[in-house]
Design a protein around this ligand. Structure first.
Ligand code: KG4
Ligand code: ZN
Length: 341
């Protein structure tokens, strides 16, 4: 792993339910277009893989055109194409990878196959945050929750991870139990803003243990039981939401800060959809300031899935020269260690 100047990049992301394209000039985001399919999947209470793949297929060319337009560029001024190759829904990934390969090949450009998790880990590299590694990173999304140390040349070492549900999964299931729809992270955040986070006591997974791992299965079950006991929370819904949110966000913030202190890190970063959470952002900011550690928190548009972060991760990823990537495949799973090196 090392740093690479790929020039002006077209980056493409299609691993789940967002069709996204961005144009970047090194750290500068020239455009960042995201077409979310979330509403399409709402009636099913989760992402339906075939629906996602089909929708990517009908949307991706328009999203790329829009990204080029917004950036005031044409394909003539693109030096390389970056694309999410793993992990994710295989049909969804394939649409992005096939599109990227086609564009890159037809223009004689190199291709940079990027790990989606690296996108979340490196989003803070982009201007204006422009955080250079080394730092300690928390990525919390719908599918992943992990703490990593990121070395100066971008090498990622796992420090802790969830033993069961991802934080976003716990948040989405809680939101659904509270009748907030799917995916309910942002709605739960808004409801919790008016609530008392000390109103209800929820168990914090692995509390009191000297670990940097996480567990969110218990807090989810506790919410199920609480709602069974009290029935529809009615006017207390905001208190339930705030207390539940606290039990998910507090261990994320505390273990991130502990990991940073243990590693002697001078900076920390958060990423992934859950990093959009206002309570997590407040806890991490307060804690880092108290510990004298620099904190880099991307704008919400760079926390949830987007293609600009894939362009950032490309900076730390080797390119495959034209035309050697024609056999390049999408891969559903994460590599051993969780993140591609
Ligand atoms: O990174 P992301 O966009 O997609 C995945 O790769 O999973 O993360 C989506 C997750 C969902 O669980 C969503 O509910 C959650 O991020 N999320 C939030 C907030 N906004 C999005 N969770 C808590 N508070 C938010 N404000
Ligand atoms: Zn993601």
């Amino acid at each position: 792993m090392s740093r690479h100047d790929h020039g002006v990049l077209l980056a493409i992301e299609s691993s789940c339910d967002e069709t996204a394209a961005a144009v970047l000039d090194r750290r500068e985001i020239l455009s960042n277009v995201v077409a979310s399919q979330a509403e399409l999947h709402t009636p099913y209470g989760g992402v339906v893989p075939e629906v996602a793949a089909r929708h990517h297929l009908t949307t991706i060319n328009a999203v790329i055109d829009r990204a080029l337009d917004d950036a005031g560029r044409t394909l003539d001024s693109i030096d390389a194409v970056a694309v999410t190759e793993r992990p994710g829904l295989i049909g969804a990934l394939l649409v992005g990878v096939a599109t990227a390969k086609g564009l890159a090949w037809s223009r004689g450009l190199p291709l940079i196959p990027v790990d989606h998790l690296r996108g979340h880990i490196h989003a803070t590299w982009l201007a204006p945050l422009a955080l250079d590694p080394p730092y300690v990173s928390l990525v919390a999304s719908g599918g992943h929750t992990r703490l990593d140390r990121v070395s100066a040349d971008g090498e990622v070492t796992l420090l802790g991870e969830t033993l069961d549900d991802a934080a976003g999964e716990a948040i989405d299931k809680g939101a659904r139990m509270l009748g907030l729809g799917y995916p309910g992270g942002a709605a739960l955040d808004r409801l919790a803003a008016d609530g008392d986070r000390d109103a209800y006591e929820f168990p914090v997974g692995l509390a009191g243990r000297d670990t940097l791992d996480f567990s969110f299965a218990g807090v989810k079950t506790a919410l199920l039981y609480l709602l069974r006991d009290i029935g529809t929370p009615g006017p207390r819904a905001a208190d339930v939401a705030a207390s539940y949110q606290e039990a998910v966000m507090r261990p994320l913030a505390e273990r991130l800060l502990r990991a940073a202190e243990k590693a002697g890190a001078r900076a920390l970063s958060i990423g992934g959809g859950v990093a959009a959470n206002s309570r997590l952002r407040a806890l991490v900011t307060e804690g880092a300031e108290a510990a004298g550690i620099r904190v880099a928190i991307p704008p919400i548009s760079l926390c949830t899935d987007n293609a600009a972060m894939i362009g950032a991760a490309a900076y730390f990823t080797d390119r495959v020269p034209w035309p050697g990537y024609l056999a390049q495949d999408a891969v559903a799973t994460a590599p051993p260690g969780g993140v591609a090196t």
